[in-house]
Design a protein. Structure first.
Length: 878
């Protein structure tokens, strides 16, 4: 096989031909769907008149091609397995093509495929070329008319983008619907759905008075899981009007739930397609965290209607333009709708574990990559989460009002266009007359900056000198790093824990300020400082950096109790716990007995025993750093020590503070009817954190609580929390009956069975890996369904680190087996699943060698471009 080659941002060329209007006609059939396309094409100004027309096409059988009604002769065009080239074309013409494709055997879930018999599409980023020959790039925008023809019985519902304009019956039990989308769009936003679907419907009146019909289409058995998403949609529409001044622009907005879907959801114009796991919810089947995720995803896809659809990307290197901005928007929305501090804590936790890990591994890349082999591999935490942090920094830099002006300017100026990251940042620079040249480095430089801190208090001069230095470690292909513009929000706490008045150069800066660290090293001298302060740095996590600061336990505990910044209070607690865990790990490594420090236990006790004003934050404060986060802090990752130390700490806290946790657990019981609202979620999470500590003690009465909660069957959040505790008990006879009962009860519901899989394979027990292999043969599992793969394999790999990293290498072998099979079926998912095998850099030599061995094994296969790119990067960096 030819080695796949990379595409470079610097090689961008504008399209030579534009499509003004696209007319599609689908004659649906599982094994042979016929797609007729009629494209109104014009040559772009400045293009040579002999420039060939090259249309992308993938897995297509071409049956017919004509220009202005005139079929082409064999010598006039050329078809390969990737493109249709027509050597000479007029300046303006009509192109007709007809192709045949087989949705039923499309396991990649890109282009047109079938899920549970339903026809559906996924075109971002380059799936449209699996549907018809087309200039499949985001800077070609056309209006679309789509006629869908299908069997009345199998596909009574026929949907596409825009508004339905015509429908009718055809011979042989077939029927059709024609849809028209008046908004020019790139092909990646095209969508079609056909199946036996039912809907719930609602109405929304926009600020400007447009009456919009809202529909959620699902299979009949899922109708009782749609109400929550509908409410979330209406909240999103209102919120985008109020916060960003953005109104919806069609008379119809549809969401469809499909079971087989590579991602969470997709923002196709007027017809969002959702993974059923990202939209279906009800109290009996869905946990609180999933309700919140669904609300966020519904909002995210809706928000794309402006940040992505009306203003789209010039090319796929600009992906963060729409994704980073839209993630930032959905973060703001979720934070307005729920607990703002908890939302921030969760987002930062994700960034600091998963994104930082990406940044320090072989697949590190800038927020705007400058080359790729397969663009599908770049829907990453760096583009999404770091991309959102960069927009957040801009927002903080400008202040909300000005940021909003910049956003208005951006939407107004570029409406209907395909643009670049620069266009967005320029609008922000323009409204405040700022120079953001250096800031742009956040988009082009990969890696996580590290900030070191030096400080000195001068009692005589009453000054406090803070020296901040930045350093970004080299990443593959980027040895040299330039200094970034890093906003460091901070304050200084006095002895009472109150923010001091900040003064620099005689200028009063209030009690919290933002230091602009835009050089390698910068000194800040605070004046009029009566005594040595405790600095609180990077408040609210004001920049996506690693802060290297050595604070004592006493200082951390002080910040944890007094910092005026909620995020930093939580973070100080995490740092304190981390210190404690490191001590335990050192003892474990020496073979000494692990002993939990008294000071730490008492700190936790005071948290548990002090009535909390914010239960949601308290639940976060009581949660120890995850194994993944601890690993991210280490130079050499000691898988076993991390696991043992963390387990020990939780067990020991549960045992020592049993009565306190028991009181908390009892206090936070509630008889209220379930609602996934902010107060209830906070209360349940606190209660279930308490339950986890109680059960970690291993005491019988703790498991009695769990059993009782499991059997009370009040809602899935509580059932699942109890099941997890029972299942994770060292003695498997405690968990096995509950696992069995749960599996029988929910055998009919795939989304609940995913939770059942996940609970079992996250068990720390030694036979977890054998359990994974066993469950892969379970009738509810299918390797072709991405949700099943994520629930069973993904959970094992990511949430069961001791067993995935087994010293005999069986965990790595298992993952490689799965990747090799997925490589043939679904390359996009295969390339995601293989990532944990590329995170070998900081592991011990034995495990590193075992991982490399499996990567080599994968490399020996005939690989998709997706998997090839990832594996090749990993092996090259080794
Ligand atoms: N545009 C993406 C979906 C997508 C990405 C489709 C890559 C095909 C390939 C969508 O807007 C998105 O970002 N979805 C996220 C969820 C979101 C809340 C971050 C997803 O699917 O995970
Ligand atoms: Zn998105």
């Amino acid at each position: 096989m030819a080695e796949p080659h990379a595409i470079y941002l610097k090689d961008y060329q504008p399209p030579r031909y534009q499509v003004e209007h696209t007319e599609l006609r689908f004659d649906l059939a599982p094994e042979a769907t016929r797609v007729q396309a009629t494209l109104q094409i014009t040559r772009a100004p400045g293009t040579a008149s002999d420039a060939a027309l090259v249309l992308a096409g993938d897995h297509l059988t071409l049956e017919h091609v004509a220009i202005d009604g005139q079929p082409l002769e064999p010598g006039e065009f050329e078809v390969t397995d990737r493109a249709l080239t027509i050597h000479t074309v007029p300046e303006r013409f009509r192109l007709d093509t007809e192709v045949v494709l087989a949705p039923a055997s499309n396991t990649a879930l890109e282009g047109l495929y079938q899920s549970n018999g339903m026809f559906c599409t996924q075109c971002e980023p380059e799936g449209f070329r699996r549907i018809t020959f087309y200039p499949d790039r985001p800077d070609v925008m056309a209006t679309f008319t789509t006629t869908v023809i299908g069997d009345q019985a199998a596909t009574p519902i026929l949907l596409a983008n825009g508004n339905p304009v015509e429908r009718g019956e055809l011979p042989d039990g077939r029927h059709f619907v024609t849809w028209n989308d008046p908004h020019p769009k790139p092909a990646y936003l095209f969508a079609l759905v056909a199946g036996n679907l039912e809907k719930i419907e609602d109405q929304f009146t926009t600020q400007g008075g447009r009456e919009v019909t809202l529909q959620i289409w699902v299979e009949q058995q899922n109708l009782d899981k749609t109400a929550f998403a509908m409410t979330a949609l209406k909240h999103s529409m209102r919120w985008d009007e109020e916060r960003f001044g953005r109104e919806y622009d069609l008379d119809l907005f549809m969401i469809v739930a499909v079971d087989d879907f590579n991602m969470g959801a997709m923002e196709n114009k007027g017809l969002n397609i959702f993974n059923s796991s990202a939209v279906l919810a009800n109290p009996d089947t869905t946990v609180d965290a999933m309700f919140q995720r669904i609300e966020g995803i519904v909002a995210h896809e809706y928000f794309h209607n402006w940040s992505g659809n009306r203003v789209t990307c010039r090319d796929w290197f600009q992906l963060a333009l729409k994704e980073g901005f839209t993630v930032f928007r959905d973060q703001l929305f979720s934070s307005d709708m729920n607990s703002a501090p908890v939302k921030r804590i969760e987002d930062v936790a994700l960034l600091r574990t998963a994104q930082f890990a990406e940044d320090s591994g072989p697949t590190a890349h800038p927020v705007r990559p400058d080359h790729f082999i397969e663009i599908s591999n770049f829907y990453t935490l760096t583009v999404y989460e770091k991309g959102a942090e960069v927009v957040r920094m801009l927002c903080n830099l400008l202040g909300w009002e000005t940021f909003r002006q910049g956003s208005d300017l951006y939407f107004e100026r570029f409406d209907g266009q395909a643009v670049r990251v620069e266009d967005f940042v320029d609008c922000m620079a323009e409204v405040l007359n700022l120079d953001l040249t250096q800031f742009m480095r956040w988009y082009s430089q990969a890696g996580t900056p590290e900030i070191s801190v030096d400080s000195a208090y001068d009692a005589e001069r009453r000054t406090f000198m803070l020296t901040l230095s930045q350093h970004t470690p080299a990443t593959p292909g980027q040895e040299e790093k330039a200094p970034l513009q890093i906003p460091v929000e901070m304050g200084l706490l006095d002895e009472q824990g109150v923010d001091m008045a900040l003064v620099i150069d005689g200028q009063s800066l209030g009690s919290s300020t933002v230091l602009n660290l835009d050089e390698s090293t910068k000194q800040f001298v605070f004046e009029d400082v009566p005594h040595a302060p405790v600095p609180s740095l990077l408040r609210g996590f004001s920049a996506p950096v690693k802060l290297k600061q050595t604070l004592s336990r006493e200082q951390l505990s002080f910040l944890m109790r007094h910092d005026s910044d909620g995020f930093n209070r939580w973070d100080a607690g995490q740092q304190l716990a981390l210190k404690e865990l490191e001590t335990l790990m050192a003892a474990y490594r020496r073979g000494d007995e692990m002993v939990l420090d008294e000071f730490f236990v008492e700190t936790v006790r005071s948290l548990v025993e002090t009535p909390a004003s914010d239960k949601a934050v308290l639940a976060e404060m009581l949660t120890l750093p995850t194994e993944a986060f601890i690993a991210e802090q280490q130079t050499t990752v000691d898988i076993d020590a991390i696991h043992q130390a963390r387990r020990f700490a939780i067990a020991c806290l549960g045992d020592t503070l049993f009565e306190a946790f028991e009181t908390l657990y009892t206090q936070e019981q509630s008889d209220a009817a379930y609602a996934p609202d902010f107060d209830q979620i906070a209360q349940r999470s606190l209660k279930n954190v308490a339950l986890a500590y109680l059960c970690a003690s291993g005491r019988d009465d703790a498991f009695a609580y769990a059993r009782q909660q499991f059997e009370a069957n009040a809602n899935m959040t509580d059932v699942r929390a109890a099941l997890t505790q029972l299942a994770h008990a060292g003695d498997t006879s405690i968990g096995d009956p509950a696992i069995r009962a749960f599996g029988e009860r929910w055998a009919h519901d795939p989304l609940v069975m995913d939770q059942w899989f996940a609970t079992q394979v996250s068990r720390p027990h030694e036979d977890a890996l054998e359990r994974v292999r066993f469950l892969m043969a379970h009738p509810a599992f299918s390797i072709k369904n991405p949700n099943r793969v994520r629930a069973l394999i993904g959970t094992f790999v990511n949430q069961n680190r001791v067993n995935f990293h087994r010293r005999d290498g069986q965990g790595y072998r298992l993952l490689a087996d799965v990747v090799i099979e997925l490589n043939r079926l679904n390359p996009e998912i295969a390339a995601r699943m293989v990532l944990p095998l590329t995170r070998f850099k900081r592991l011990d030599g034995t495990r590193r060698a075992l991982m490399l061995e499996q990567l080599e094994r994968i490399k020996a296969e005939p690989l998709s471009r997706n998997v090839y790119e990832v594996v090749d990067k990993a092996l090259t960096s080794a």
